[in-house]
Design a protein around this ligand. Structure first.
Ligand SMILES: [Zn+2]
Length: 101
């Protein structure tokens, strides 16, 4: 059996209704792929703009010796990124691992 190319299939199809069906199917496929591409691009942009920062934090407790002498806690890693025009952050932990982005 000869494997038909896309052009063979289209050329041999004389039924307009079937051809319209093919056209609709192809257009649907194109739209789906375009949507996926846009989604991927957005994800990639978010990933690209993430900055990781090592920071010391203050717990705010008046009795805390670490905070009162100025050293604070940590340092801990934080991720910063921009999403929908807003800066967002997420606490990661002492080690920069198990990153989900
Ligand atoms: Zn503290």
């Amino acid at each position: 059996m000869v494997i038909k190319t896309f052009q063979d299939i289209v050329d041999r199809q004389k039924n307009i209704e079937k051809l319209e069906e093919m056209k609709e199917y192809i257009e649907k496929k194109i739209q789906e792929l375009k949507k996926e591409e846009i989604k991927e691009q957005k994800n990639r942009e978010v990933i690209r703009s993430i900055t990781y920062q090592l920071e010391r934090v203050k717990c705010g407790k008046p009795s805390c010796k670490k905070c009162s002498n100025g050293t604070g806690h940590g340092p801990y890693w934080y991720a910063y990124w921009r999403e929908d025009g807003r800066v967002r952050s997420k606490y990661i932990g002492k080690e920069l691992k198990d990153l989900k982005y």
